[in-house]
Design a protein around this ligand. Structure first.
Ligand SMILES: *Cc1c(COP(=O)(O)O)cnc(C)c1O
Length: 372
């Protein structure tokens, strides 16, 4: 058997993509908000039930420019989670703001809403939570806290594309939700991202910031970046979106196969879909308790690798433990996130993963159980 990677990008049938990009050869319009860009934007608006959608080159720029668009005063504080992909933290720091790390809920790995208020100071301007692995944050409590203290809420929704909570699209929570359409995500545009928001004034800023701050030929009124999604990426998105429901249905099969196989293994905890959530099966994380399972997370990672199976320590290290932040922060201040980061392993998860391979992965994991 050839090596199995932890993920595998979904792609439409090749002919479908060729058909989609043929028009680009007629128009010679390759980027700068062309037809494909506009079409994907309107399709996503429907699909995500969002008031407005702005497309970007990638999820990181969606997040970074969204934070910039609010124009927070330099040095202001943003309460966030260290248990995320480093992009979340960098997006704050690159805006000359200060991340304040809040610990996580050990059950779903999202920000612990009981600990947010203790971290609020007169410098706090926003809360930036992450829907980790597609687990939806406690959006109601977060909004309540934000309203009480006059804070903005910006969701890093990179893992939660296509999800709903209590019948409401995940794109509708907070002031803005930022998605990633990177090749490894459940829905991809090769590289890409989007911000969903309701305030149209904010939208004007986002549009300008992704295009150098240009307002018109003679007016540049913001220090913008270049973060426009190009036509080829948008075309990939249009095609992948047509297959999205199929994609999720196949992932659900993989998820169920894992759950069946791993049920009852001592020292291995799986991530269960939440109540009231239409889940997207984006990742398959397991938490390994070495004292019960008998092997550490790193042991299992290596064992799988020796059997041709890739897995990922995701997220490890957590943001406040990374070299670029560990001088300023102490990861022991967020002990739950630190502990989980040492025990988590995400297993291969993608639509075309076969039952045979899932069974093989699970039998390797089961072989490690210490007999009592
Ligand atoms: C993927 C990801 C990002 C960044 O998205 P890109 O499209 O890769 O720039 C940000 N946050 C989280 C949680 C992610 O998983």
């Amino acid at each position: 058997m050839s090596n199995i990677l932890v993920t595998r990008s979904s792609m439409p049938p090749m002919q479908e993509y060729i058909d989609e990009i043929t028009a680009i050869w007629d128009s010679h319009w390759l980027t700068n908000m062309g037809e494909k860009h506009k079409l994907l934007q309107s399709e996503l608006k429907k699909m995500l039930e969002a008031d407005n959608v702005e497309l970007f080159t990638n999820g990181h720029m969606a997040l970074e420019l969204t934070i910039q668009a609010f124009g927070f005063k330099e040095g202001s504080e943003v309460i966030t989670t260290p248990y995320t992909f480093i992009s979340t933290t960098h997006a704050i720091v690159r805006n000359r703001l200060k991340p304040v790390f809040c610990d996580i809920n050990p059950n779903n790995y999202t920000i612990d809403v009981e600990k947010i208020e203790d971290l609020i100071t007169d410098k706090t301007v926003a809360i930036l939570p992450v829907h980790v692995y597609g687990n939806i944050c406690d959006v109601e409590k977060i909004q309540q806290i934000a309203d009480k203290h006059g804070l903005k809420v910006i969701y890093d929704a990179a893992h939660s594309f296509g999800e709903k909570y209590k019948e409401k699209s995940v794109a509708e929570f907070g002031d803005v939700s930022c998605f990633s359409f990177h090749a490894t995500k459940v829905f991809n545009t090769i590289e890409g991202g989007a911000a969903c928001y309701s305030d149209t004034a904010l939208g004007t800023k986002l549009y300008q910031l992704k295009n150098f701050g240009i307002v018109d030929e003679e007016t540049i009124n913001g220090i913008g970046a270049n973060a426009k999604m190009n036509e080829f990426c948008a075309a990939m998105g249009i095609c992948n979106l047509r297959h999205f429901d199929e994609e999720i249905a196949k992932r659900e099969v993989v998820y169920n196969r894992y759950i069946e196989n791993l049920e009852g293994i001592q020292g291995i905890k799986t991530n269960r879909s939440q109540e009231n959530v239409k889940y997207n099966y984006a990742y398959f994380p397991i938490i390994i308790e070495p004292s019960i399972y008998g092997k550490t997370r790193d042991d299992l990672h290596d064992l799988l690798l020796n059997n041709g199976i890739g897995s990922r320590r995701y997220f490890y290290p957590i943001s406040n433990a990374c070299d670029c932040y560990s001088k300023e922060y102490d990861a022991n201040d967020t002990p739950i996130a630190l502990d989980i980061s040492k025990k988590v392993l995400t297993l291969p998860m993608y639509a075309d993963l076969t039952n045979d391979i899932v069974d093989k992965i699970c039998s390797i994991i089961k072989g490690q159980v210490i007999k009592e």
